[in-house]
Design a protein. Sequence first.
Length: 244
Amino acid sequence: MRIALVQAAGLHGDGAVVRSQRWLEQAAGLGAELLVLPSCFPPGFRRELGRLAAHHGVAAAAGTSTGAANRPGTGSRAWTETSRAGTGTELWLLDAAGELQACTDSTAVVPLNGRLISLATEDDAGSATGGTVRRTRRSVSDEGAQLLVVPGGSAGRDGWFRALARRRGSGPAVAWNGPGRSFIAAPGAGVSAEAGLFEELIFADLALSARQRTVGPSWFARRYLSEGPGTRPQAAAVGAGRGS
């Protein structure tokens, strides 16, 4: 699977749109199937990012704050959902058609291009104790995810995820996006591409075979993957098809 990742900070208003347009163009030029963006996007941005993703044919994973960013009046219900806790980070995955596939403030496993992608929040990456990341490890293993995506990593909390990628066996690939030294790592092989300390786009082509799997109904699918009354709950039971 061809993955691009952007390490960046200071995303605000129209500037986030302009910069995302440039990043998606670069990712498409590299043939990327997925672009992992930071988790610091402004509220109400997801609709525009979905339009850009569809234009360039690149799936995108990113996120935004779930605090004041989601107060009523900041955008439509479909694109500025309030998380259960109301604080922290809310992550989302858009497919190459710009359609919302997952929106979560904890962890979620969702199929994309025939692979199973596990989204993990900043809490999972930045926990001061080992408990949360251990739970993430069990969740990833239990669900059979082939790629663990962490758009909102915290400074100094990447070590466990680097170790996870180096493990021999059936561990997942890892795309960890933090404030510095973001990386993409192949399972059992370690880091394939790594960013420096400043804004940078990195790219890696990982050998992730397509896997047939059904993801059953979950709270994030029922709650988030709809656009209001009368619309169908998307991805209530989705099978991962063949990938390239």
